[in-house]
Design a protein around this ligand. Structure first.
Ligand SMILES: [Zn+2]
Length: 272
C-alpha cells in the first residue's frame, strides 16, 4: 500500500522528514564473522543514520556481545567519538561473571555512554531468569535503566513466560522487548498491557510477516512501541518503509519513530 499523508509524502520524496527525527533503539556495531557489512563502524553508521534523519542510535557492540577480551571498550570509544548521535547498551555476557561485575562497578564512569544493558540469552544459551543475570537485572531495576532483550516467540530462553517473570520481579527496569516476541503477537500484546515497564521493539517485526504492526497498534499500543533495525544488519529505510506502508496513522508513526524513545531517554545525560 502506498500511503499519502504529510509524513509519508516527506519520506517518499526525500528519504527523511525534518518533522520526524528517528530514534533507532536497537543497533549493533562492528564486523561480524562470515558476513560482509557495507557500513559496520561508528562513522559509517552515522553516515547511514543521516540518510534517514536518524537522530540517535542505541546499540550493543558485536565485540561486547561476543568478544569478551574486548568487551564494552569499543562501544565506549564509539559513543565518545559521536556523543550527539550514539548511546550504547552495556552488554551482559552470562559466561563471564567477573567481567560483568567489573563493568557494573565501572558504570558510573560511563554515564555519558550507556543508557542501559543488553541481554542476548538466545545466543548465549542461558535463560534470562538464570542466576547469571540476576545482578544485571537488579542493577537496572535500582537505576531505572533500559534493558534491551532479544525476545522471540516460542523460545524457552527468552520467550513470553520468561519475560513475564522478569517484568514482575524488576518493575523499575525498563524492559525493551527486542523483536517483540517475534511471531507470538498475542502474548506480546498481553504482556505490554499487563506491565507498564515493558516496551515492544520492532526489529524483525518489520520483515516479511504482514499485519503485525497493525495488530499491535490496533491493540492500543502505539505509545509502547519502539523503532529498531539491528543496524548494520538491516538498513533504516527498510524498516521505515514498512512503517510508512502500514495501515496506521501519522500520529502512531511519530510515537513509534521518536516520541516513545524521547520519553524513555529523558533524564539520561545529554539526552534532554
Ligand atoms: Zn539485535
Amino acid at each position: 500500500m502506498i500511503n499519502d499523508t504529510p509524513l509519508t509524502r516527506d519520506f517518499w520524496r526525500n528519504g527523511f522528514s525534518e518533522d520526524c527525527p528517528i530514534y533507532d533503539m536497537h543497533g549493533h556495531m562492528g564486523a561480524w564473522k562470515s558476513i560482509w557489512f557495507p557500513r559496520p563502524d561508528a562513522e559509517d553508521m552515522v553516515y547511514s543514520m543521516d540518510r534517514a534523519n536518524v537522530r540517535l542510535l542505541c546499540f550493543a557492540h558485536h565485540a561486547a556481545l561476543f568478544a569478551p577480551d574486548l568487551g564494552n571498550a569499543p562501544a565506549i570509544e564509539a559513543v565518545r567519538r559521536f556523543p550527539e548521535r550514539l548511546r550504547a547498551y552495556l552488554a551482559v555476557n552470562p559466561h563471564y561473571p567477573d567481567a560483568l561485575r567489573r563493568d557494573l562497578a565501572d558504570f558510573d564512569r560511563h554515564r555519558d555512554v550507556f543508557v542501559g544493558l543488553k541481554v542476548l540469552a538466545g545466543y548465549h544459551n542461558v535463560a534470562m531468569t538464570a542466576p547469571a543475570y540476576e545482578a544485571a537485572f537488579a542493577f537496572a531495576h535500582e537505576r531505572r535503566l533500559l534493558v534491551l532483550m532479544h525476545t522471540w516467540g516460542g523460545n524457552a530462553l527468552c520467550g513470553p513466560e520468561i519475560v513475564r517473570r522478569l517484568a514482575a520481579r524488576y518493575p523499575e527496569a525498563r524492559l525493551l522487548c527486542g523483536h517483540s516476541f517475534h511471531g507470538a503477537w498475542d502474548e506480546a500484546i498481553a504482556l505490554a498491557r499487563e506491565f507498564p515497564n515493558l516496551s515492544l521493539e520492532l526489529t524483525a517485526v518489520l520483515d516479511n510477516d504482514r499485519g503485525a504492526i497493525e495488530k499491535l497498534v490496533s491493540a492500543g499500543l502505539s505509545e509502547r512501541m519502539l523503532f529498531g533495525t539491528d543496524l548494520p544488519w538491516f538498513a533504516h529505510h527498510r524498516g521505515v518503509g514498512a512503517l510508512l506502508s502500514a495501515d496506521i496513522t501519522d500520529d502512531d508513526r511519530h510515537n513509534i519513530l521518536h516520541r516513545n524513545a524521547e520519553r524513555l531517554l529523558a533524564g539520561f545525560p545529554g539526552l534532554g
